[in-house]
Design a protein around this ligand. Sequence first.
Ligand code: SAM
Length: 248
Amino acid sequence: MKFDIVTIFPRMVEAGLAEGVVSRGIERGILSVQVHDLRTYTTDRHRTVDDVPYGGGPGMVMKPEPLARAVEDITQRRGTPTSVILLSPQGRRFDHAEAVRMSALPHVVLLCGRYEGIDERVRTGVATDELSIGDFVLSGGELAALVVVDAISRHLPGVVGDARSVAEDSFSRGLLDYPHYTRPSEFAGGQVPDVLLSGHHEDVRRWRKMASLRRTLERRPDLMNIASLDDEGRAMLDEIRNEQERKS
Ligand code: SAM
């Protein structure tokens, strides 16, 4: 899968791509990520990427021409992208389902804003989509772009060492992940549940499924409405609810 990231802070993005799972995906040739310095698409001596807002008011606005030129150049050198995404707090919310859907796209361009944001005509005339990573405002789209690349990359076969990790992660089955433990078996007064030390695979599987359901019900009951449970899952859920009723 190809990603092209357009930013005024290329080193910030490159640093985030240089370690961990994403860098392994790049080394293995599963991912091709190019970072483009927006200033190379300016035409004036000062390499200007921003200007004052029409109508007045605080801050600066990112000019449309350098961004449009960047996308044209990427198209010529790397092929027509499937999606040109504007990172913006006003965009559609990026979530697990979106990460899975986008992992099937061959080529995604990510445009990082700064200042007050990007001239509106980039949204209407250059971008094909607008994504937000949450209801808060970042100072720039660079961290958002790294979040999007990381979350999508995990769904590309071969990027995460063991595919079972991704399949069992929170949201994959519509539920939160179960709690994890490693050695030592006792720490800070907390014991690892006996079942995980038992070596009994079927008991461990059942405990984890139950823990996953319990945790989702406690922390994110909204997810329970959309989780698709099998017969065993539904029976476990009844058991947990009965347990909770008995306690209350
Ligand atoms: N004035 C804009 C607004 O209120 O909608 C916020 C601009 S913000 C300071 C600068 C840039 O950071 C945005 O253009 C966008 O690229 C990025 N950004 C900020 N918050 C974001 C979020 N939640 N998701 C994705 N990108 C975000």
